[in-house]
Design a protein around this ligand. Sequence first.
Ligand code: GLY
Length: 396
Amino acid sequence: MHAINLEPLSRLEQFGQPPAIDSTYAEEAIAFILKQIDRNLEAFTHQFPAPASENLIYPAIDNVEWTSSFWTGMLWLAYEYTGDDKYRHVAESQLQGYKERVEKRIETNTHDIGFLYSLSCVAAYKLTGNEEAKQTALLAADLLMERYFDKAGIVQAWGELSDPEQQGRMIIDCNLNLPLLYWATEVSGEPKYAEAARSHVKQAAAFIVRDDASTYHTYYMDVETGLPRFGRTHQGYADDTCWSRGQAWGISGFPLSYLYTGDKELLELTKKLSNYFLNRLPDDLICYWDLIFLEGNEQERDSSAAAIAACGLLELSRHLPLLDPSKNVYENAALHILKSLHENYTAKNYPESSGVLIHAVYNKPRGMGIDECNIWGDYFYFEALIRIVKDWKPYW
Ligand code: GLY
């Protein structure tokens, strides 16, 4: 790996202490999420929320987007937290649709198969031992493997494998798709899945992460020679800026590869990405949609990136040794972010809204889902809160 800078963390005084929140505070935050799930339960049993809300209300769509499983994952979290079978029943009723989607290859030309099947079928298997869900997730892992280029050692993000616009393009978001591959090796005993995931994460660390610990959103590899080509943004402000959610996918995803590989370098790398991210937050700790925008900007926030980063900081912190002085700092930073989300970024004052977190951005350059709710923001906010109220075993 090239030399990557660890910026000293600012706000050490603030992050040196946890915020004044207790379990009742977290339970109240979760109660609001459950209320929103309950109001959506009927509409989103056979259909799914669109990726982003429109006027803070999620349109209903079929299981065709990369985001369906964030809703199913919320149902599994709700089931785990409450023990109420109504959430389990709806989550289970959706598994057949995931099976059909992978068998018929419905909108599966994407690496997001990892997101889709970890939070639906792998979660079902881990929580309830559902064998059919396990087999479906293994089929999904096979499909994801089709996107792996041996020579370049990466999983292509989007589109046809032969499309010159997309060929050999890896993206930082893929970090969250790799757990499906590691898991597939664990349950099948076949090493090929984890080998591909290990190679991809190594290439992402080498080429997507820049020397200053910021990240490109996407990076092209030459699939014939295996050599690196160039970085490009897709959802960020510019090729050489750092898209906030991309950095958050890095912070949340590298520790998930650590979970399966035990490679401590991935934790050191996550510290570097985290410091870069935390050092560029405005005063209320909720990032603008690109980290080039600092306090006082007129640009929109991306609350979903804040929630994703909070999950990553909690995952990072739990693997650091007790004697690592940054262990508590990262945990405290996550708690401060969650407090800010709870106090100023939920839909609780918008009774018409079907979402949980407001002020998120899907894709600013393409004018999609700007200052709306998005379903992965809702999922990761819920996951982060679950992480702080119980000893949660990741679905990842
Ligand atoms: N993974 C796509 C996004 O974060 O918008």
